[in-house]
Design a protein around this ligand. Structure first.
Ligand code: NAD
Length: 474
């Protein structure tokens, strides 16, 4: 049993942590079948037992339409579970590797072993998906976990607590509700891995706390995801997809197109096409549409209102929308152009239903603009030109990219998902999620006399010559 710092005794979560820690080595030894059993229990809870209540909680917290909740929450978790179940056997296998000649007489392999007791801290925008998604990877990799969901979506967090308590034993998976103070206390404990999804600013706090224990981290962060539309793009198709990706969940998506960079010659046509698709998706009165979400809290509503006020004060043009209602936390789908570079909408991640449209004359300008900012979580390209697409891919860096689409790369479990630098550290989903929750343990097995023993001390002149002559063969 590990010895712990005495100060941990005052930590309200130490007892729970210690119970998980005590049981972890035996959980880690559990077979493939046990992990599959755990995943199946979660699948039944999300896909059947609690499905309607999940949709209800999301409607309460975020005004999320049912179809959106099914697609972006339930389906995503079930998909992650199914993918893990299909591939887990292969992932858990021992992976043989070559052994160099200098180690003649030995064989080598590596195994993925569980990291141990993990902390999962999740945000509010897709509360179920971004809590249970990482949990699927943690369980598949044989870990125990303590989960801290967001305090901003209380109905969802309370329901998740109920689901976790019903599906898992507390000394294997537990969920604690609470605000920042709860995270702060949990972060004082020496977890074996921390998986955090949230803002870059809080990501820095998480990494600082993790450094104290040299705990590894996965940081799934956000930031501004640019969308380039060049002069060769199919404008109507681009507008349709961008309106879908931007205004789903009222723009409260880490991978939604944060702003558009468009060739000046096609800007007006694009805005016209956006108007058409907005009307089609949400009607002329989005405030009455059952397909349109609301802003999560009053604080976030005020933050977005301040962005709009700032844009107006800088004489930006509200091309579409701009209507707000504080009481229902409603902001209509809004498109803004003519923004000065200093506008707050171009400085901060928007995370709401406001789409700035910025024009360029030459593609190089758009590339330089993106490269002058933090590296994005996603970068989208709308173009029919292979040359332009290749140029953008080669001259920018981003966590992920869709070409002639947006957002959907998130749903392919075969792809690594995550950012780079300010938009994140480490990847998740499918095998990549399994990998971050695992330690790759190297194993060398000596079968016969090891050739390297020829060079053990004492170092005689003969061994000196042997080393000099043979080193080139190894
Ligand atoms: P947030 O960083 O404010 O909060 C995330 C979690 O951290 C919550 O559980 C919260 O309680 C906790 N937290 C907040 N302040 C803390 C502190 N000082 N110390 C310790 N814990 C703290 O993020 P949010 O507002 O919930 O979510 C929005 C952000 O998350 C956006 O930046 C968005 O882009 C990002 N995001 C990223 C992804 C992704 O997969 N990369 C997914 C969704 C959201």
């Amino acid at each position: 049993m590990e010895e712990y710092d005495k100060t941990y005794n005052e930590n309200p979560y130490f007892e729970l942590f210690q119970r998980q820690k005590t049981k972890q080595l035996s959980i880690g030894r559990h077979s493939y079948n046990y992990r599959i059993k755990q995943l199946n229990k979660l699948k039944i809870a999300i896909g059947k037992t609690y499905r309607d209540r999940i949709l209800e909680a999301l409607r309460k917290d975020l005004g999320k339409p049912k179809v959106e909740s099914e697609l972006t929450e339930v389906y995503q978790i079930i998909g992650e579970i199914k993918h893990a179940k299909t591939h887990l056997h292969k992932w858990m296998r021992k992976h043989k590797v070559k052994t160099p000649l200098s180690m003649l007489g030995a064989t080598s392999h590596y195994i993925y072993e569980p990291k141990g007791v993990c902390l999962i801290i999740s945000p509010w925008n897709f509360p179920f998906n971004l809590t249970f998604g990482p949990l699927v990877s943690a369980i598949a990799a044989g870990n125990s976990a303590i989960i801290k969901p967001s305090e901003m979506t209380p109905s969802s967090s309370a329901l998740m607590a109920e689901i976790v308590a019903q599906v898992f034993k507390e000394d294997e998976v537990a969920l604690v509700e609470g605000e920042v103070e709860t995270s702060t206390q949990l972060l004082k404990l020496p977890f074996n891995h921390i998986f955090f999804t949230g803002s870059p600013n809080v990501g820095k706090i998480i990494m600082t706390a993790a450094a104290k224990h040299l705990t590894s981290v996965t940081l799934e962060l956000g930031g501004k995801s640019p969308t380039i539309i060049d002069e060769t793009a199919n404008i109507d198709k681009a507008a349709k997809k961008i309106i879908w990706g931007k205004f789903m969940n009222a723009g409260q998506i880490c991978v939604s197109p944060d702003y558009v960079l468009i060739n000046n010659s096609i800007k007006d046509k694009f805005v016209e096409a956006c108007k058409k698709w907005l009307g089609h998706f949400y009607s002329e009165k989005p405030e009455n549409s059952d397909s349109y979400s609301r802003i999560v809290t009053q604080k976030h509503f005020e933050r977005l209102k301040a962005h709009l006020d700032n844009a107006k004060s800088l004489n930006a043009k509200i091309e579409i929308g701009g209507q707000i209602d504080g009481e229902s936390k409603y902001i209509s789908p809004t498109i803004v152009s003519g923004l000065k570079e200093s506008a707050s909408l171009l400085e901060h991640e928007i995370f709401g239903p406001i789409l700035p449209v910025v024009t360029y004359n030459d593609l190089g300008e758009a590339i330089d603009y993106i490269n002058s900012k933090e590296r994005p979580l996603a970068l989208y390209i709308y173009s029919k030109s292979r040359t332009n697409t290749k140029r953008i891919l080669n001259h920018t860096r981003a966590g992920g990219t869709c070409i002639n689409n947006n957002v959907i790369h998130y749903s392919n479990h075969n792809l690594p998902f995550g950012g780079i630098n300010n938009s994140g550290i480490g990847k998740s989903h499918g095998f990549y999620g399994f990998k971050v929750f695992s330690n790759q343990r190297a194993v060398v097995r000596q079968h016969t006399y090891g050739i390297n023993e020829l060079l053990f001390p004492p170092y005689t002149r003969f061994k000196e010559t042997l080393a000099r002559l043979t080193i080139k063969w190894f």
